[in-house]
Write a protein that binds this ligand. Structure first.
Ligand SMILES: Cc1cc2nc3c(=O)[nH]c(=O)nc-3n(C[C@H](O)[C@H](O)[C@H](O)COP(=O)(O)OP(=O)(O)OC[C@H]3O[C@@H](n4cnc5c(N)ncnc54)[C@H](O)[C@@H]3O)c2cc1C
Ligand SMILES: NC(=O)c1ccc[n+]([C@@H]2O[C@H](COP(=O)([O-])OP(=O)(O)OC[C@H]3O[C@@H](n4cnc5c(N)ncnc54)[C@H](O)[C@@H]3O)[C@@H](O)[C@H]2O)c1
Length: 506
């Protein structure tokens, strides 16, 4: 089984043009036999980083009976995701959506107010409360599972020793038979664009603005740009997204992406695609950006009160001392691991955003569990081709498996089944019927290859498809499952019917 999933991982890397990494995996087959290190060190497992990868790995390790310590420099657990990522952004997405609905949709549902206004400090306080409750919750889980928590900056002294500059000031050395690097990622800066978290902000600054900017320019039409652009757009900012590539969210199925872009434009978001930012002037009251077509050409200018830099994230390994112990990284700084998440250094593992693969919290969690299971002599498994992606805008877009472009490139004969939410009774009942379900299945076997959903709650609907893909289900398998009525999920069933046969309601 381990060999089979090794082959899948190698195929995954090859499919993403990571041939040198794939080769490295081939060459390091011998490393698979490493497993559990021996010795008399204090901990069985030491985890550096308390994000979704690290804290989940630490809890799982403790649950498997391994003596575990987790080192975190931030002062709170939960990493990027809980502190300055997934959770605060979803809190603001929800609050801003409620405001937008109250202002624009409530009257048509017969709910009237004299006036609706934004109380930004209260909105931020609600977000901060959600974050602090959840981060404290993880500390509680650490106590419950007897994970030792050390607050401080960890750096390798040797492959089995981590020196920790504790937040309280003293330095200690934590020893481990196995050390897992789960140090996550950091914002990718752009040349000539200096982030000051006031006028030019990263996602962290965009989650804590003290005023609603009149004009917000977002650099990068990826997950962060579209989510944070949506938050401030709903609250009243004029949002322009500048994207280097010809399309928004490059990983999305292009048919769904087109509809998604239209949906965002309908809500006021403006896009400047195939465009690069070549200069930023912050000397005046606001920011003046100089833009140029990606392929070169005439320059134009764009004014903003705030600029959000969301052009991707890079692995974070600063100060960790990887060079001291000889851990290999690729050109992008990602730590290279084999399918057991083992690096080239005996007893040292890496998971989450700091290794190749999608930079997503749920992927980091899966890595963490699988890595620890390998360390404990069990079998772990993560299939990066079946990790769902969700953009939490309105409507949301969620997908799992292959896009139509990827299926075409594979040369597989396939069928497509689609069902629009305009024909779904629940979506019509709640007057929120923008979007569709699109299913791709192999023609010969009807095996589902990919599912793409645009809907208000696509991020919840996608898991039926994720389970189907995991179990190699056919579109007929989904279509023959009784779905409750009236639900948005019925659109998934109807799209499945449309894939192998005909839908009923359109
Ligand atoms: C604005 C934003 C929104 C996001 N929304 C989503 C979302 O909705 N869904 C989703 O799946 N993903 C989302 N992500 C991505 C998600 O946050 C990451 O994929 C996830 O946090 C990665 O987990 P990780 O454990 O690998 O790393 P991280 O969460 O980055 O955690 C690493 C931790 O290690 C600590 N650390 C680093 N170096 C050291 C050291 N030397 N010593 C001690 N501690 C150290 C850091 O302080 C950090 O807390 C979002 C990201 C951002 C920025
Ligand atoms: N809902 C979620 O799951 C969620 C939410 C936020 C962040 N994240 C994760 O965080 C990571 C970082 O998010 P992100 O939005 O910064 O990155 P991203 O990789 O999603 O998007 C970055 C975008 O910036 C563009 N870009 C790159 N350089 C540019 C330049 N110089 N000028 C203009 N455009 C440029 C890219 O073409 C791309 O479209 C993502 O990998 C994502 O997985 C996930």
């Amino acid at each position: 089984m381990a060999m089979a999933s090794f082959a899948r991982r190698k195929a995954y890397l090859l499919s993403r043009n990571c041939s040198s990494e794939a080769l490295r995996y081939s060459n390091s087959l011998a490393a698979f036999s490493r497993g559990f290190a021996s010795g008399s060190e204090e901990n069985d497992v030491v985890v550096i980083g308390g994000g979704p990868g690290g804290y989940v790995a630490a809890i799982k390790a403790a649950q498997l009976g391994l003596k575990t310590t987790c080192i975190e420099k931030r002062g709170t657990l939960g990493g990027t995701c809980l502190n300055v990522g997934c959770i605060p952004s979803k809190a603001l997405l929800h609050s801003s959506h409620m405001y937008h609905e109250a202002k624009h949709s409530f009257p048509s549902h017969g709910v009237k107010f004299a006036s609706v206004e934004v109380d930004l400090p209260a909105m931020m306080a609600q977000k901060d409360k959600a974050v602090s409750n959840l981060t404290r919750g993880i500390e509680g889980l650490f106590k419950k599972n007897k994970v030792n928590y050390v607050k401080g900056y960890g750096k390798f002294v040797s492959p089995s020793e981590v020196s920790v500059d504790a937040l309280e000031g003293e330095t200690t050395v934590v020893k481990g038979k196995n050390i897992i690097i789960a140090t996550g990622s950091d914002v990718k800066s752009l040349p000539g664009v200096t982030i000051d978290e006031k006028k030019i902000v990263s996602s962290t600054g965009a989650l804590a603005l003290s005023e609603i900017p009149k004009k917000l320019v977002v650099i990068g039409a990826g997950y962060i740009g579209l989510e944070m652009g949506s938050v401030w757009g709903r609250l009243g900012s004029e949002v322009t997204v500048v994207e280097f590539a010809p399309d928004i969210v490059p990983t999305m199925d292009s048919e769904v992406r087109k509809q998604f872009q239209r949906a965002l434009e309908k809500r006021g978001m403006k896009f400047k695609l195939k465009t690069k930012v070549v200069g930023v002037d912050t000397s005046g009251a606001g920011v003046k950006l100089t833009l140029e077509p990606a392929a070169g050409g005439d320059q134009t200018t764009l004014e903003a009160d705030v600029v959000l830099v969301s052009a991707g994230r890079i692995p974070f390994t600063a100060g960790l001392g990887l060079d001291k112990i000889g851990v290999e990284t690729d050109k992008a700084g990602r730590i290279l691991v084999n399918e057991r998440f083992a690096t080239n250094v005996q007893g040292v593992y890496a998971i989450g955003d700091v290794i190749p693969g999608p930079m997503l919290a749920h992927k980091a969690e899966e890595d963490g569990v699988a890595c620890v299971e390998f360390i404990a002599g069990k079998h772990g498994h993560v299939d990066y081709d079946k990790v769902p992606g969700v953009v939490y805008t309105h409507p949301e877009v969620a997908y799992v498996g292959k896009t139509e472009e990827q299926v075409k490139a594979l040369g597989v004969d396939y069928r497509v089944g689609k069902f629009p939410f305009l024909a779904n009774s629940r979506a019509k009942a709640i007057d929120d019927a923008e979007g569709l379900v699109k299913i791709l299945a192999e023609k010969e076997t009807d095996k589902i290859l990919g599912v793409h959903i645009m809907a208000p709650n696509a991020g919840e609907l996608i898991h039926e498809a994720a389970i189907a893909l995991q179990y190699d289900a056919s579109s007929e398998d989904i279509a023959r499952v009784c779905h409750a009525h009236p639900t948005m999920s019925e659109a998934v069933k109807e799209a499945a019917m449309a894939t192998y046969d005909k839908p009923i309601h359109i």
